[in-house]
Design a protein around this ligand. Structure first.
Ligand code: PLP
Length: 397
C-alpha cells in the first residue's frame, strides 16, 4: 500500500534511526547512555501526581471532555493566571487560551488549520522537527531560514526575500531554542512584531523552555512585545507542562494569543480530537497554580549537570558553548571527525561509546556539522559519558 504523498515528502525521522541504533546496542549488551531525545528523566511533581490520582477515580472525569466543563474552564483560568504571574500579560481565558494535547499536537494542527498548498511556512533551520514537518504534512511550502553562530542563531527578518514573505502565511520561532539553546531578549520580539504588522503572516512562538533558564536569564514571551496583542498582529504562542514540570508523557500544553487564530485552531482540532483527559487537566491546574519550588529545584539540577558536563567537554578540547537555557548542548563535530556527517558521527558515538546523541540534521539541513547532547541522565552517568568520550576523541579521525 502506498503512503500518501504528504508522508513521502517528510524528511527521514532521525530520532527513529537513533532509537533503532540504541536498541541494537542495548541488545548486544552495551550499556547505553541516552542523551539523544529531549525526554526529561526526572519524575513529575508529587503534588501533581496526587491531583491526578484523586481526579482519576471520579467517574465524572471518565466521559468525553468539553470546553464548557467546569474543569476545562478552571484549567483555562489557571493558564491565564500563570501567564500573568510569569509574563505580566493578562489574557481572556475564554478567547485567548486554548488547551492542547501537548504543544507538538497544537503546532502541527496550526499549520493544518491555516496553510493552503501554495502558502509558505517559514521556520529557522535547525529547528524542533514538528515546526517544519507540520508545514509539510499540511501541504504547505517549507522555507528554511538558516541560523548559526554567524547570526547568533537568530533570523534577520529584514533580509528575507520579498516574494517569500508575500506568500508566507506562517512564521515559527522558538527561543530558548531547541536544538541550539540560543536565547533572545524582548527586543527580538519587538522587531518581529513590528515586521509582521500589516502582513498576512501568523507569528508563532514556541516557548517550551520558558522555565529552564540559568544565570539570571529570564525568557521573554512574544505576547510581551509592543503591539503583539493588536488585532492586525497575528501572534500566537505555545507552551507545555512537559519540560517545566517533567510531564512529557502526560500530553498537556496550551496555546495563547490572537482569538481568531485560536478559534480556527480549535475548529481544526474539534474534527480530530476530543481534548484532554479531565484528570490530567486537574493535575495541570495543580502544576500551574500550586507551589513552584519544584521548578526551581529542577533548574538547579539541570544547572549542576551543565556545570559539570560543559567544562568536562572543554577539558577534552571540545569547545562547546555554555547554554543559558534548556538542557541541550549544541556541539560542533570535533575537527578530527569533520569528514563525517552528523548522522555518521552520532552512529560512531553509539557504536564506540554507547552514547546516544541527536544528529544535527535531525533538526533541518542547516544542523549539519553539529550533534546535540540532551542532559537527561543523572550527573554520575554524565561523568561516565565524559570518560567514554575521552576515548572516542583519542581515536583516529
Ligand atoms: C521546542 C519544543 N517544542 C515543543 C516540544 C514538545 O512539547 P509537548 O510535549 O508539549 O508536545 C518540544 C519537546 O521536546 C520542544 O523541544
Amino acid at each position: 500500500m502506498q503512503e500518501a504523498n504528504r508522508l513521502k515528502r517528510l524528511p527521514q525521522y532521525l530520532f527513529t534511526i537513533m532509537d533503532n541504533l540504541k536498541q541494537e546496542a542495548a541488545a548486544k549488551g552495551k550499556d547505553v547512555i541516552d542523551l539523544g531525545m529531549g525526554n526529561p528523566d526526572l519524575p513529575s511533581p508529587p503534588n501533581v501526581v496526587e491531583a491526578l490520582v484523586k481526579a482519576a477515580v471520579k467517574p465524572e472525569n471518565h466521559r468525553y471532555p468539553k470546553p464548557t466543563d467546569d474543569v476545562s474552564k478552571r484549567f483555562r483560568r489557571a493558564i491565564a493566571q500563570w501567564y500573568d504571574q510569569r509574563f505580566g500579560v493578562k489574557l481572556d481565558p475564554d478567547t485567548e487560551v486554548l488547551p492542547l494535547i501537548g504543544s507538538k499536537e497544537g503546532i502541527s494542527h496550526l499549520a493544518l488549520a491555516f496553510l493552503n498548498n501554495d502558502d509558505i511556512g517559514m521556520v529557522t533551520s535547525p529547528t524542533y522537527p514538528v515546526h517544519a514537518n507540520g508545514i509539510i504534512m499540511a501541504g504547505g511550502i517549507l522555507y528554511n531560514i538558516p541560523i548559526g553562530p554567524e547570526n547568533n542563531f537568530r533570523p534577520d527578518f529584514q533580509t528575507l526575500p520579498k516574494e517569500v514573505v508575500r506568500m508566507a502565511k506562517l512564521l515559527i520561532v522558538s527561543y530558548p531554542h531547541n536544538p541550539t539553546a540560543a536565547c533572545v531578549d524582548l527586543d527580538f520580539y519587538n522587531e518581529l512584531v513590528a515586521w509582521g504588522k500589516g502582513k498576512d503572516t501568523i507569528l508563532c512562538s514556541d516557548l517550551a523552555y520558558s522555565d529552564i533558564v540559568f544565570d539570571g536569564y529570564k525568557a521573554p514571551s512574544l505576547l510581551q512585545a509592543k503591539g503583539a496583542r493588536d488585532r492586525d498582529a497575528y501572534c500566537v504562542e505555545f507552551h507545555t507542562c512537559s519540560k517545566s514540570y517533567n510531564m512529557a508523557g502526560w500530553r498537556i500544553g496550551w496555546a495563547v494569543g490572537h482569538p481568531e487564530i485560536l478559534r480556527s485552531l480549535a475548529k481544526a482540532k474539534s474534527y480530530i480530537d476530543f481534548g484532554i483527559f479531565p484528570a490530567v487537566q486537574e493535575a495541570a491546574i495543580e502544576a500551574l497554580i500550586g507551589p513552584q519550588d519544584y521548578v526551581h529545584n529542577l533548574v538547579q539540577i539541570y544547572k549542576r549537570r551543565r556545570d559539570m558536563f560543559v567544562p568536562g567537554l572543554h577539558a577534552l578540547g571540545w569547545n562547546v558553548p555554555t547554554p543559558k537555557a534548556t538542557f541541550y548542548i549544541w556541539a560542533h563535530i570535533p575537527q578530527k571527525f569533520s569528514g563525517l556527517t552528523s548522522l555518521d558521527f552520532s552512529k560512531l558515538l553509539v557504536n564506540e561509546a554507547g552514547i546516544v546523541t541527536a544528529p544535527g540534521t535531525g533538526f533541518g539541513e542547516y544542523g549539519e556539522g553539529f550533534v546535540r547532547f540532551a542532559l537527561v541522565e543523572p550527573e554520575e552517568r554524565l561523568k561516565v559519558a565524559l570518560e567514554r568520550l575521552k576515548k572516542v576523541l583519542a581515536l583516529k579521525g
